[in-house]
Design a protein around this ligand. Sequence first.
Ligand SMILES: *[C@@H]1O[C@H](CO)[C@@H](O)[C@H](O)[C@H]1NC(C)=O
Ligand SMILES: *[C@@H]1O[C@H](CO)[C@@H](O)[C@H](O)[C@H]1NC(C)=O
Ligand SMILES: *[C@@H]1O[C@H](CO)[C@@H](O)[C@H](O)[C@H]1NC(C)=O
Ligand SMILES: *[C@@H]1O[C@H](CO)[C@@H](O)[C@H](O)[C@H]1NC(C)=O
Ligand SMILES: *[C@@H]1O[C@H](CO)[C@@H](O)[C@H](O)[C@H]1NC(C)=O
Ligand SMILES: *[C@@H]1O[C@H](CO)[C@@H](O)[C@H](O)[C@H]1NC(C)=O
Ligand SMILES: *[C@@H]1O[C@H](CO)[C@@H](O)[C@H](O)[C@H]1NC(C)=O
Ligand SMILES: *[C@@H]1O[C@H](CO)[C@@H](O)[C@H](O)[C@H]1NC(C)=O
Ligand SMILES: *[C@@H]1O[C@H](CO)[C@@H](O)[C@H](O)[C@H]1NC(C)=O
Ligand SMILES: *[C@@H]1O[C@H](CO)[C@@H](O)[C@H](O)[C@H]1NC(C)=O
Ligand SMILES: *[C@@H]1O[C@H](CO)[C@@H](O)[C@H](O)[C@H]1NC(C)=O
Length: 487
Amino acid sequence: MASKLATLLSLVSLLAPSTAAAETVLGVYIFHRHGDRTPKSLGNVNLTALGADQVYQSGSYYRSRYVSSSSSSPILGLQPDIADTEQVAISAAADAVLQNSAFSFLQGVYPPAGTAGAQELANGSTVQGPLGGYQYVPVNLVVSATTSADAESSEWLQGGSGCGKAVVSSNNYFVSSEYKTTYNETADFYQALLPVINGTFGESKANFKNAYTIFDLVNVATIHNKTIPSSSLLTNSTLDDLKWYANTHEWNLAYNASDPIRAVAGMTLAGQILAALNATLTGESATPFNVQFGAYASFLSFFGLAQMPAISEDFTGVVDYASSMVFELVTNSSVSSGGSYPSNDDVSVRFLFVNGSAGLVEPQAYPLFGRQETELPWSTFVTEMNKFAVADTKSWCAACGNSTGVCASSASSSGGDASTSSTGGSDRGNGISLPVAGVIGALVTLVVILGIEGLVYAIAGLKLVKKSTLAGATATSGGAGVAGSKA
Ligand SMILES: *[C@@H]1O[C@H](CO)[C@@H](O)[C@H](O)[C@H]1NC(C)=O
Ligand SMILES: *[C@@H]1O[C@H](CO)[C@@H](O)[C@H](O)[C@H]1NC(C)=O
Ligand SMILES: *[C@@H]1O[C@H](CO)[C@@H](O)[C@H](O)[C@H]1NC(C)=O
Ligand SMILES: *[C@@H]1O[C@H](CO)[C@@H](O)[C@H](O)[C@H]1NC(C)=O
Ligand SMILES: *[C@@H]1O[C@H](CO)[C@@H](O)[C@H](O)[C@H]1NC(C)=O
Ligand SMILES: *[C@@H]1O[C@H](CO)[C@@H](O)[C@H](O)[C@H]1NC(C)=O
Ligand SMILES: *[C@@H]1O[C@H](CO)[C@@H](O)[C@H](O)[C@H]1NC(C)=O
Ligand SMILES: *[C@@H]1O[C@H](CO)[C@@H](O)[C@H](O)[C@H]1NC(C)=O
Ligand SMILES: *[C@@H]1O[C@H](CO)[C@@H](O)[C@H](O)[C@H]1NC(C)=O
Ligand SMILES: *[C@@H]1O[C@H](CO)[C@@H](O)[C@H](O)[C@H]1NC(C)=O
Ligand SMILES: *[C@@H]1O[C@H](CO)[C@@H](O)[C@H](O)[C@H]1NC(C)=O
């Protein structure tokens, strides 16, 4: 009976396709991990060729899902082939691995334009840009919690957050009974690994305190080193244990249910996601494609806050290279580019996650906040996110217990306000000014931005307009030497 009804209904919808609600994606926010890289313990961390390919494959996947004219879920109004830099907001910390991942990803999203990008001059000759019409999409710098300069080179990412209470909270893990117990239980395990790691970790450093960096060294070696000293010690079960201990260590530094501020990375990310998606809606898809490259700690903190471990304990593990999570703004009401736009009541948010490069594994939808549905009405999503989102400098300062540096004057909140601009025009990088713009010395920021602009200018002969956010960055200073807490 029920199946007959279903057949009937599907027949009806076949006969009257115009009444069948087709879902439209209005915009996305993608948070992305970098690809394969060199180990942290050797310093000067670099993205590898393998890593560049992983994020490039991911970019190609998202192109085939959202961007190209033959994509499966085209984003309303998004340019399919020639990037409109007003529509695309890409950001990454001032870190070589994250910045380069963003550039490589973009090549997958908007590959060289070829003849489509050629331009005709007054004298009738046609000019195509270099490298087959390589497309230049500026990557904005994020200056906020856990995304400090050279984040990937620091052992524990919280150290760079500059959030006083979060650093204290994470350091408290090292005096917890959980930590001490695991430390003792694993003492022999790590000492037994010395023949493998003693080129980098001596006897006094071969312990659970360095669980992540030891795992990282061995993990990178299993991918890149043809020979590893005493590699016979690296059985599958030893490799599993190494990963397990590293996951335990990093999860506990990133999230503690009874001490929420430890997850400040996820709180600020939530604020950035809300601001960007809200700007997409209020600007009627002015900037529908938002991507941020960041560290695994932000994934873990966010997973904790969004109650993902209730779905699977896997969400307490460090995500693989080139992993991404996506927040899709979707609607079933009829829309048209430049025409009718749905009201917020008709918009839902869908969350997707893929553990590794989306080019290799399909992203999957998961319910957030301990709920059942994989699509939440926009208003519900906002309410749930606002339970932990830190959206501006003022609330960040309050949550972190900071009162100096950027937190000294109330004027500092202007950085956060700028991002609520609904046009999405000149303020493309919604993430930049949120919520602690200028925590890193403005000089570093300027040098990098000017460096990138200079490079683009040199290669493309383009004249770039100075961003208003740049002016914002120069207004703040200090906080550069945030004390690191090396795990
Ligand atoms: C990263 O690249 C820089 C510049 O090419 C190089 O000096 C450094 O040794 C590399 N780091 C590693 C760990 O390979
Ligand atoms: C047209 O102008 C460009 C740029 O000045 C120049 O390189 C090119 O040689 C000119 N072509 C002809 C046919 O004059
Ligand atoms: C916040 O306070 C901590 C501890 O006093 C300090 O180390 C950190 O630099 C401060 N952060 C900022 C952004 O001023
Ligand atoms: C979590 O936080 C509580 C409250 O501050 C603390 O007692 C506990 O030791 C912490 N646990 C870990 C694993 O850090
Ligand atoms: C860990 O080992 C040390 C030294 O053997 C001992 O003093 C301490 O009580 C142990 N801690 C735990 C939590 O087992
Ligand atoms: C590392 O351990 C191996 C085997 O135990 C030993 O031969 C080697 O000398 C050690 N290397 C260092 C730098 O201590
Ligand atoms: C892997 O090779 C690199 C570069 O040769 C070396 O520095 C590193 O110690 C090696 N790792 C292991 C675990 O042997
Ligand atoms: C170890 O794991 C690899 C990869 O999962 C698998 O191919 C291999 O068969 C395993 N080896 C043993 C001895 O279980
Ligand atoms: C979205 O932006 C509008 C206009 O700037 C603002 O009034 C509203 O409070 C914002 N909503 C959220 C959830 O941030
Ligand atoms: C992702 O994969 C890693 C293993 O590579 C695992 O430790 C982690 O739990 C996985 N995370 C999720 C959410 O599946
Ligand atoms: C759109 O309609 C489809 C089919 O009825 C439904 O599965 C989906 O959940 C709807 N999406 C939204 C955002 O309401």
